[in-house]
Ligand binder design. Structure first.
Ligand SMILES: Nc1ncnc2c1ncn2[C@@H]1O[C@H](COP(=O)(O)OP(=O)(O)O)[C@@H](O)[C@H]1O
Ligand SMILES: Nc1ccn([C@@H]2O[C@H](COP(=O)(O)O)[C@@H](O)[C@H]2O)c(=O)n1
Length: 205
């Protein structure tokens, strides 16, 4: 099993890079563990309070469960991956059964900040993107997909997203084996990564 970590700021293009890598690999070879699925539930808080949580701080994510799940997959066991809603800021009662695959991708803003998680990764990637481009994309995406207003997105960006990016995410770039500028648009980087993964799969099989 090849375990790949893909980090980078919000809106940098991590999900797009993952999608493009998967499209190029044989079907059914890849399992994706999005860090966002592991946001803590906080069902005991009222919605207004949950919406004020600092979701860009490592404590907001149940990394213990993510690490446990990766270890289980490595051990050949299936996992029940949580489903998280950005609208309610809650986990669903349902889960997704994820079977062990030849390639496991862990994708998320804080994926390279945790030593125990990094130690499980065979390849660490940081998707790099200018802050103004990321903010531009996040405004558009959060209005359409996460039910936010422009003011709400800008307010969150100033209060938590930007400071946490500078404190935790940007410094985690130093742990990356490969830094990918221009995210999903970087055809050369996507091809190099795909070839690396394919080569490792052939060696392991
Ligand atoms: N190179 C790009 N140019 C323009 N828009 C992009 C680009 N890459 C991603 N996007 C858009 O920006 C948003 C965030 O991209 P995504 O890949 O989900 O980033 P992340 O997973 O890092 O938050 C999505 O709506 C996506 O379609
Ligand atoms: N309820 C939530 C939880 C998290 N966020 C934000 O999502 C960003 C990370 O996701 P990406 O897909 O952009 O990597 C992060 O900046 C959190 O603030 C949210 O908006 N709502």
């Amino acid at each position: 099993m090849l375990i790949i970590g893909i980090a980078g700021g919000t809106g940098s293009g991590k999900t797009t890079v993952v999608r493009k890598i998967i499209e190029k690999l044989p079907q059914g070879e890849v399992a994706v563990l999005p860090q966002d699925s592991y946001y803590r539930d906080n069902a005991d808080m009222p919605l207004e309070e949950r919406q004020e949580i600092n979701f860009d701080h490592p404590r907001s994510v149940e990394f213990e469960l993510l690490v446990e799940h990766i270890k289980k997959l490595k051990n050949g066991e299936a996992i029940d991956q949580p489903i998280y809603s950005y609208l309610t800021c809650l986990r669903s009662e349902e889960t997704i059964k994820v079977e062990p695959k030849e390639v496991v991708i862990i994708e998320g803003i804080l994926a390279l900040t945790q030593p125990e998680l990094r130690d499980l990764m065979d390849l660490k990637i940081f998707v790099d993107c200018d802050a103004d481009d990321r903010l531009n994309r996040v405004i558009k995406r959060d209005i359409v997909e996460r039910g936010r207003s422009v003011n709400k997105v800008l307010d969150r960006y100033e209060k938590t997203v930007k400071p946490m990016h500078l404190q935790f995410i940007e410094p985690s770039k130093r742990y990356a084996d490969i830094i990918v500028p221009q995210g999903g648009n970087n055809v050369v980087a996507i091809n190099i990564l795909t070839h690396f993964i394919e080569k490792n799969l052939i060696v392991k099989l």
